[in-house]
Write a protein that binds this ligand. Structure first.
Ligand code: OOB
Length: 550
């Protein structure tokens, strides 16, 4: 087996916490100095025969999960992948997602959590940014050939990239992930070898993607220490325990279903994670009944679909204790319908891949649960609300939320120039969210100052869409603006100014953006052609005027 390099150079592109704070977080017991792969074996030692992961007919016990992860990790190591190498992971919600994630944790490989709808644009730009050595994809998904996509992406990267495939139709030259998971050999010897070569708690465990406001999504490096703390505190905030059965229906690579408390929180607590690849109400209700699901999470648009479908529901949803709703604004009227329709409690979640997570308490009053986004999960979370000049606002006033803490990293990965804007010199992360804090200490999200579109919880960077649109020969200038929408909250409207003599329809625009590899959920759903744009003092399109036009 090849000797592993120290970290393949990623550490120098990660912004660390200041040494004195890191020391304080360790001393306070936030950071435990253990990699998440070792945690899995700890959990497995406590309850080896209990079911940990359910996907359709597949039921993995804690021991199965740990041994599968070790099998895959050693297979990946034998193929030359090692600590600090990065792997684009693009899998739907299926059991192999969990095994791949833990195999990476065991070996110190860093999974980059892509989403199934991502295409060449996202995979190639992020793959180049992190120097990805491998791509994990399903053979095909929703009729789309992901092996082909992975090959096209690999061809754009300057170094060799292994294509790892989950599925029955693994093409020649690609690696069969299930084959590696089930390889023979002595599990105890594998375990010992991996223990000896384990990453440390301060190493990067996972790369999450930021909702982002830049041309390509930003990458957030979460360490084993900080992510484990995040999982532990979220599990506590949601009362997760050994009886928890968590249903993951949102895309598992998103921080919310992955770790807030999500799949990893359920496993941390000794419970069970049930994976379902779609939030369709009938499938969700069936899974709740069949598996005795106690908690699940949804973005408001999905929660609304479930509420509306509940009238026709014949399944027994009695096991469901709590629904976690977050990712975008939940209207209080919708919040009030959740209990009566689904027979469960509501916990609102305000969180971000960059760190900070807030919950309303499981037993909160209606006023709090329906009208606020709750309190931070850690007493070490620092919050500061500032006005546009960066000055603190008076108590109770609305301001932009800045935050720091033991699981909120101090910068994005490898982009010092972006970091100078997204973080203050003393390390506060500018969330771009406008927030007020109630006298009881609960956050209420009131709006945002960042330039993105929140389409039912999916964040779309305005700049990303604009830059691609401006590559089209017809387009002289483009501005993407959120268009209010009853179902999804917001959709993308693109305003354009065309070059003289050109025309452009919405269909032509979408065809061209799709050809450039943009994920379908980012496509504009309305196009407005203007003769001229109003500009701000710094020469940018004045989006306030455009939003008013809508
Ligand atoms: C979650 O994470 P991201 O990284 O996709 O997006 C973060 C942004 C926040 O900055 C905020 O603008 C918005 O999503 N957001 C909310 C919200 N929760 C998130 N806006 C209003 N109300 C809420 N409850 O979306 C995420 C990560 C972990 C847990 C939950 C959500």
């Amino acid at each position: 087996m090849s000797e592993l390099l120290a970290d393949n150079g990623i550490t120098e592109r990660v912004v660390p916490w200041p040494a004195d704070l890191a020391h304080a977080y360790r001393a306070a017991g936030c950071w435990r100095g253990r990699p998440l792969g070792a945690s899995l074996w700890e959990w497995a030692a406590r309850r080896p025969e209990r079911v940990a992961v359910v996907d359709g007919d597949v039921r993995l016990t804690y021991r199965d999960l740990a041994e599968h992860a070790d099998g895959l990790a050693t297979g990946l190591a034998a193929s030359g992948l090692g600590r600090g190498d990065t792997v684009l992971v693009q899998l739907p919600n299926q059991w192999e997602f969990v095994v791949v994630t833990f195999a990476c944790f065991r070996l110190g490989l860093v999974p980059v959590m892509m989403l199934p709808p991502h295409r060449e644009h996202e995979l190639a730009s992020i793959g180049a940014h992190v120097g990805a050595k491998a791509i994990v994809v399903p053979d095909s998904w929703k009729g789309y050939d992901h092996q082909d996509l992975a090959e096209r992406v690999a061809a754009t990267l300057p170094h060799p990239v292994r294509v790892l495939v989950v599925g029955d139709e693994v093409r020649a030259g690609h690696v069969d992930v299930r084959g590696l998971i089930k390889q023979s050999g002595d599990p105890a010897a594998r375990r010992q070898w991996l223990d000896e070569h384990a990453p440390s708690g301060s190493d990067v465990a996972v790369f999450l993607l930021s909702g982002g406001t830049t041309g390509t999504p930003k990458v957030i490096a979460r360490t084993h220490d900080d992510y484990e703390y995040n999982i532990r505190r979220c599990a506590a905030a949601c009362g997760f325990g050994p009886d928890t059965v968590y249903l993951a229906v949102l895309p598992a690579g998103h921080n919310f279903p992955l770790a807030n408390p999500g799949i990893l929180g359920a496993l941390y607590a000794g419970g069970r994670a049930v994976l379902l690849p779609s939030p369709r109400p009938d499938a969700v209700f069936e899974a709740i009944e069949a598996e005795g699901v106690t908690a699940t999470s949804a973005v408001p648009a999905v929660a609304l679909r479930w509420i509306e479908a509940a009238a026709e529901n014949t399944r027994d949803l009695g096991s469901l204790q709590h629904l976690h709703v977050g990712g975008s604004v939940l209207a209080p009227e919708v919040a009030a319908r959740i209990g009566p329709a689904l027979g469960c409690g509501l916990q609102q979640v305000y969180g971000m891949a960059e760190g900070l997570v807030c919950y309303t308490a499981p037993g909160a009053s209606d006023e709090e649960a329906h009208g606020t986004q709750g309190k931070p999960i850690s007493p070490f979370d620092e919050l500061l609300l500032v006005d546009p000049d960066g000055e603190p606002v008076a108590p109770g006033e609305v301001g932009e939320l800045l935050t720091r803490g033991p699981y909120t990293p101090r910068g994005y990965f490898g982009v010092p120039e972006v970091n100078r804007q997204s973080f203050t010199p003393d390390g506060w992360f500018r969330t771009g969210d406008l927030v007020r804090i109630t006298p009881a200490g609960d956050l209420v999200v009131c709006g945002r100052v960042k330039d993105l579109i929140n389409r039912g919880g999916e964040k779309i960077s305005a700049a990303e869409v604009e830059l691609l649109a401006q590559e089209l020969p017809a387009v002289a200038e483009a501005a993407a603006v959120p268009m209010p929408d009853l179902e999804l909250g917001e959709r993308v409207c693109l305003f354009v100014r065309l070059h003289p003599g050109h025309s452009l329809t919405l269909e032509q625009l979408c065809t061209a953006l799709t050809a450039r590899g943009l994920a379908a959920f980012k496509l504009p759903e309305r196009l407005e052609v203007l003769d001229a744009f109003r500009h701000t003092a710094v020469g940018k399109a004045d989006k306030k005027v455009l939003r008013e036009l809508l």
